[in-house]
Write a protein that binds this ligand. Structure first.
Ligand SMILES: C[S@@+](CC[C@H](N)C(=O)[O-])C[C@H]1O[C@@H](n2cnc3c(N)ncnc32)[C@H](O)[C@@H]1O
Length: 222
């Protein structure tokens, strides 16, 4: 379903410039991104040297805003390629006065351009599109080509925390982590049965859980 472009989107994005890096979305080539560095200065953005965690595909930002409020000792970067969706996340963070979140309207493919080598301790992949159709595997955010790319900015020993409602995508991802040399620290096929009070329920997670679907979680170490 196509979403209507939000009114005054460009002006609204510009007015959030303090917590938003507006990326150039014209070239999504991974190799070019790594070659054309425009690294973010975390110290300047956050005003401290705290650890940095990253969410890729943050949608409307419920997860990252709740997590940032809960963990003021961590800096968060949240990335979303659809500006029309991202604006809700950025405006929410501004309204809540969060100082430890920064957003990039970027595709995962171009992140090495903005993120310093070895600068990220944790990556969250929440309900990334499973893209089940034949021929789309390379676009999945846990395809080996992405898992290799993440190593350009994920610290050695850093982790990826992935949640999904899709059993096939869960299996695909497990194989992909193993093939790419990540160590599986946790694989859980019914996260909500754990009653983990630290789990922050995302927009999609709420929807799928309410439909009675199992929520899967993988934690993989680089
Ligand atoms: C199914 S939604 C999940 C949103 C949110 N994480 C949640 O759990 O409610 C997946 C989001 O990832 C974004 N996305 C998909 N591929 C991406 C990519 N290559 N780079 C950045 N964002 C991407 C989509 O635009 C979409 O907003």
């Amino acid at each position: 379903m196509r979403m209507h472009r939000k009114s005054h989107l460009d002006e609204r994005l510009l007015s959030c410039g303090e917590i938003l890096t507006i990326a150039d979305l014209t070239d999504k080539n991974m190799k070019n991104a790594a070659a054309q560095k425009e690294e973010l200065d975390y110290n300047k953005i956050f005003g401290n040297n705290n650890l940095v965690h990253l969410e890729i595909g943050c949608g409307k930002g419920k997860f990252i805003c709740e997590l940032a409020a809960r963990r003021p000792d961590i800096n968060f970067i949240a990335v979303e390629k659809i500006s029309n969706v991202l604006i809700e996340a950025v405006e929410r963070a501004m309204d809540e006065g969060l100082k430890n979140v920064h957003f990039i309207n970027s595709a995962a493919e171009v992140l090495p351009r903005y993120l310093k080598e070895g600068s990220i301790d944790k990556i969250y992949l929440n309900f990334s599109n499973p893209l089940p159709k034949l021929g789309y595997a390379k676009q999945r955010l846990t395809h080996p080509r992405f898992l290799q790319e993440y190593r350009l900015f994920l610290k050695s020993g850093g982790v990826i925390v992935q949640k999904t409602d899709d059993g096939d995508f869960y299996k695909f991802s497990l194989e992909s982590y193993e093939e790419s040399g990540y160590e599986i620290l946790e694989k859980c096929e019914d996260l909500h049965a754990l009653n983990d009070s630290e789990n922050i329920v995302t927009e999609h997670e709420r929807k799928f859980a309410d439909m009675g679907k199992n929520i899967y979680r993988i934690i993989a170490k680089s």
